[in-house]
Write a protein that binds this ligand. Sequence first.
Ligand code: NAD
Ligand code: ZN
Length: 252
Amino acid sequence: MPAFSDTLVDRLASASRVVVLTGAGISAESGIPTFRDPDGLWEKFDPQELANVEAFLDNPELVQGWYRHRRQLVEEAEPNAAHRALADLETHIDALTVVTQNVDALHTRAGSSDVVELHGNITHNYCMDCERPAEASTVDAAIAEGVPARCPECDGLIRPDVVWFGEQLPPAAIERAGTAAERADVLLSVGTSAVVYPAARLPLVAQEHGAYVAEINPDTTGITEAVDESIRETAGAVLPSLRDAVAAPHDA
Ligand code: NAD
Ligand code: ZN
C-alpha cells in the first residue's frame, strides 16, 4: 500500500500547475546538517547569534568564516532521491514551481527549472555596499589571509546571499511564491515544520483558491490540521514512488 491516496495521484496527473513548498527536511537525507552542526569547530555558535547583520558588522571575519564552512558542506553534498523526483515530475506537469526555504541550491542542482528561493542561496555572495555579486574565491582568499573579505570594486564588506534574522524576505520571491500558490491545482508541503511565515501561509492560500494540499513529513506540522492529506514518511521514501505513480498510464 502506498502511503499516499489515489486522489493525490489523480489530482497530480491532471494538474496544470503544481507548487511544492520545501524546507530543511528534504535536504536531511543529503546529509546537510541543520544549523546545529554536531561535529566540531562551529558547534559552539548559536545561529541566532551569528545569522544577523549586527553580528556580521561586529565581527565580519567570524561570520564570513561560519558561512564559508556551511557553504562547503552544501557543495560537498549531493541532491537526493526526493530532489531528483521533483525534477523528474516536471516532465508530467505543465508548470511545476518549487518554493524553498532552503539555501542549499540542491533543487537547482537536481534539475528543477523553476525554483523560488525564499531565504536566498548560500553559494552566492554579494557586496553589502554596491550589491555587486562577489566570487566565493574572494572570500576564501581573505579568510586564508585572516582579514575580512571586501569587494574588489568598492571595498565594501562581502556577505552571503541569505536572509538573516530580522531581515525581509526578497519581495520578488514572495510575490512569485504567492502567485504560484493562488494558481496551483495541487500544493505539496515537504520537509517543513510550516511554522515560519510567510512560507507557512502558502499551503493555506493555495487551498483557499481550490488546490488539493498534501504534506509529506514524518511529524505533525503547523498546517497538519488544515491539509487535505498528511503522508507520514520521509521525502526520500515518498517522492520517487509518487513520481512513478503519476507517470504511470491512467485509466480514463
Ligand atoms: P525545520 O527545521 O523547521 O523543519 C524541518 C522539518 O522537516 C520538520 O518538520 C521535520 O519533521 C521534517 N523532516 C525531517 N526529516 C525529514 C525527511 N527526511 N523528509 C521529510 N521531512 C523531514 O525546517 P524549515 O521548516 O525549513 O525551517 C527552518 C529554517 O532553517 C528555514 O528558515 C531554513 O532556511 C533554514 N535551514 C535551511 C537548511 C538548508 O538549506 N538545507 C538547513 C537548515 C536550516
Ligand atoms: Zn562593492
